[in-house]
Write a protein that binds this ligand. Structure first.
Ligand SMILES: Cc1cc2nc3c(=O)[nH]c(=O)nc-3n(C[C@H](O)[C@H](O)[C@H](O)COP(=O)(O)OP(=O)(O)OC[C@H]3O[C@@H](n4cnc5c(N)ncnc54)[C@H](O)[C@@H]3O)c2cc1C
Length: 605
């Protein structure tokens, strides 16, 4: 049985780094305790090992097909949805009032990490359903909740997020799917959606699309977008109250995409209202659709970052196992061909590759869990405290989405490199992981869009208040680390990088005034990488503090190895990765407008 996550690292994160049990002092999480959190994590691992990992390769090799107008998926999807429904995994984070267990977001995050690491495609079905049901519960009418949410949480009906259209991917303001009100408070829906994950399949009885559409005569652009529940099958009485029998709602699946990876989950094109008989029900108020959808998208963006580090974790642990067992070459200090070959993990360059992967996986996971912790604190605080956590979460969301996705791709590629030629072949699943992880830099907003979100919106939101809160958080970490002699160097490096950040932001604000917003945003993706490297260094210093604290106590030899591993990986990140910010800063503070001035015609011939 291959190892796809480190349970030791998970325990370190939730007990020593984030002290998750501290959440239980709040009423909302008051019914839980540390033992229960451990049980949830153990059960998630059991489910992943029993149900999901065994079909990882099978689901990849047997892609969904469109047959007789219906998408057929691997037979285990039905079982997975059923077990996730019956086991309460889809509902686990919902309030007790809505049939859930009020499990903290950070613990759910760990469970999702385990599921995605074991089999990303399989994990997507229940995860999408949770997100869609959450939107209905948060903003839908009682009728919509009563009609749809129960079946979704039970795993009988699939939830989706149906936004993208052929002409509207990154630019959702250009959607054209239309919604025309009828006399009974329903809307007739017409249009085409593309790339809809789990948008049709035979593993469930019904598909519930959370769909963006424009009501006729709505204001143009993003301000005219509304959100609807559009089921694949609707109740024939048409009153939306869940009466009668299920009949077709005039949605046709016109194609299923053939993808690079993430092949166990279908991405489909659907057409609504070809027979003028497709109905949708409004969620929330008219023209508020994009704002409401952003609730789901922000969570989905964090989930994408989480899934990226989960896949990178599986690839890293596969590479670690392989490099420990693969004999090749001899030490550079003794090339005598008579001595036995050494395992490749003994070579410095292979150790560097493993350190890179470990630093990306565990650094990214730390950031994601930090975001989950902020989301939990938002739930249990009020007033100024709540606002602080909201702003921090808002600021860090594009980083938590994009950094693990982009660096996760590099990390998984490095895992392939550790395997040499075997990594390129399907004898080992690292090629599958490499294909699976690639989607994460694209869906839920490409990296380019995340860069513009960070620099164009989040940095300037409320006159830079979010950035100031972030500065406070980092300063607090630096202050603690400065008191530990072994961490002083790293605290100093992080302090210098924050000064560099201040310089870059100051320069960019200045250039925005002088040369305009297009110059300001032209290297937003590079700014996102620059910012991400600093954020992950901060997370590594937080982990370093916890590791030093543990080492200062009596710990077993095995534990000492774990903490030393943490300190070496932190050291690696600060010495190999963080210095990249100075190269990026030099580019970011050039202001020469190179990409803007490059003319389209210059690319030709
Ligand atoms: C496997 C898969 C699953 C998906 N699942 C879903 C789903 O469940 N639901 C759903 O609604 N959608 C889904 N999508 C769609 C996905 O969200 C979009 O593909 C994505 O948002 C990008 O849109 P696009 O493909 O139209 O690319 P485009 O928007 O055309 O982007 C192409 C490139 O241009 C860049 N670009 C675009 N606009 C700008 C700009 N203004 N400034 C700078 N650069 C720009 C982008 O960053 C990107 O690099 C899925 C896609 C795939 C491939």
């Amino acid at each position: 049985m291959a190892k796809f996550i480190s349970i030791r690292n998970i325990r370190f994160m939730i007990k020593e780094v984030f002290d998750v049990k501290s959440l239980t002092i709040h009423d909302y999480y008051g019914n839980h305790n540390e033992k229960m959190f451990d049980m949830v994590i153990d059960e998630a691992l059991k489910l992943a090992v029993k149900l999901m990992y065994p079909v990882l390769e099978e689901m990849d090799r047997n892609q969904p097909v469109l047959e007789g107008g219906e998408v057929k998926v691997h037979k285990s999807v039905k079982k997975i949805m059923k077990e996730f429904g019956q086991g309460g995994w889809i509902a686990s984070g919902f309030s007790e009032e809505h049939g859930g267990d009020q499990i903290p977001i950070i613990i759910r995050g760990i469970a999702s990490f385990i599921f995605a690491a074991s089999n990303y495609s399989a994990s997507a079905y229940p995860l999408l359903t949770t997100g869609a049901a959450d939107l209905i519960t948060s903003f839908g009418s009682q009728e919509l909740i009563d009609t749809y949410v129960g079946k979704m949480l039970d795993g009988e009906w699939q939830g989706t997020m149906a936004l993208t259209e052929p002409q509207a991917g990154s630019s959702l303001s250009d959607i054209t799917t239309s919604a025309v009100p009828d006399k009974n408070g329903r809307f007739k829906i017409k249009g085409v959606k593309i790339f809809i994950s789990a948008g049709d399949h035979d593993g469930v009885e019904n598909i519930i699309h959370l769909m963006l559409a424009k009501i006729e005569n709505a204001p143009p652009g993003a301000k005219g977008i509304s959100l609807f529940v559009v089921p694949k099958k609707r109740f024939d009485d048409l009153d939306g109250k869940g009466k009668g029998k299920l009949v077709s709602n005039d949605i046709t699946t016109t194609s299923v995409y053939h993808k690079l990876g993430y092949r166990g989950t279908p991405a489909v094109e659907i057409s609504m209202g070809e027979k003028d008989n497709c109905y949708g029900w409004l969620v929330g108020k008219e023209n508020q659709g994009l704002i409401l959808m952003f609730q789901m998208m922000n969570e989905a963006r964090i989930s994408v970052g989480l899934a990226s580090c989960a896949i990178a974790s599986a690839a890293y642990l596969a590479a670690l196992e392989y490099t420990e067992n693969r004999p090749q070459g001899r030490p550079v200090t003794n090339k005598d061909s008579q001595i036995k070959q050494i395992p490749i993990i003994e070579h410095a360059d292979v150790k560097r590759m493993l350190l890179f992967q470990k630093s990306i996986v565990e650094g990214s996971l730390s950031l994601i869990l930090q975001c989950c912790m902020y989301a939990d604190l938002i739930k249990v605080t009020t007033g100024a405290k709540k606002e602080k956590y909201e702003l921090l979460l808002d600021l860090l969301t594009p980083v938590a989405k994009a950094f693990p996705s982009e660096y996760g791709i590099l990390s998984t590629s490095t895992a392939i490199q550790c395997f040499g030629g075997y990594g390129y072949c399907d004898d080992f699943p690292v090629e599958l992981y490499f294909r699976d992880i690639r989607i994460h830099a694209i869906h839920e907003g490409t990296t380019g869009i995340q860069g513009m979100d960070l620099l164009g919106r989040k940095i300037v939101i409320k006159d830079g208040k979010a950035g100031l809160f972030f500065l406070e958080e980092v300063k607090q970490t630096i202050k603690i680390a400065m008191k530990v002699p072994e961490l002083e160097f790293f605290a100093g490096q992080l302090e210098s990088s924050m000064k560099q950040l201040e310089k870059v932001v100051g320069f960019l604000f200045n250039i925005a005034g002088k040369k305009g917003i297009d110059t300001y945003l032209s290297d937003a993706s590079l700014f996102l990488e620059f910012y991400g490297l600093i954020v992950i260094s901060w997370q590594w210093l937080i982990q370093g503090i916890a590791a030093e604290k543990a080492l200062s106590k009596d710990s077993s030899k095995k534990d000492k190895n774990f903490y030393q591993g943490k300190l070496f990986t932190m050291n690696y990140f600060f010495r190999y990765e963080l210095p990249k910010i100075y190269g990026l800063a030099s580019r970011l503070m050039d202001g020469d407008n190179l990409t803007i001035n490059m003319k389209t015609e210059y690319f030709k011939d």
